[in-house]
Write a new protein. Structure first.
Length: 86
C-alpha cells in the first residue's frame, strides 16, 4: 500500500496545504488518476504518492522532501498532523 497526498501550494509557494489523503495499491495509476483528476479540477495543484502505510508518515515525507527543501510550511488540513522538524 501507498499513501497518496493531494494538496495545494500557496501562490507565493510558502505553504503546502495537504487537503486529502488516500490509501492506494502500489503502482495503481488508474486509482491515482481517478483521485487526482477531480482534485485538480477543484483547485489542487500538487499530489504525490509515498510508499508508506499511514497518513502521518506520508506527511512527514512530504515535509522533508518538498516543504523543508523550499523553506516552506506544511499545513495538513486533512488530518492535522504536525511534521517532526529536526
Amino acid at each position: 500500500m501507498s499513501t497518496l497526498l493531494i494538496g495545494r501550494w500557496s501562490m507565493d509557494n510558502a505553504t503546502l496545504s495537504i487537503t486529502a489523503s488516500h490509501q492506494v495499491d502500489d503502482e495503481d495509476e488508474a486509482a491515482v488518476d481517478a483521485l487526482t483528476r477531480p482534485a485538480f479540477a477543484n483547485d489542487a495543484n500538487w499530489a504525490c504518492t509515498f510508499p508508506v502505510d499511514t497518513h502521518g508518515h506520508a506527511v512527514q515525507r512530504a515535509s522533508e522532501e518538498f516543504a523543508r527543501d523550499d523553506d516552506a510550511w506544511l499545513d495538513d488540513t486533512a488530518e492535522h498532523i504536525e511534521p517532526v522538524t529536526p
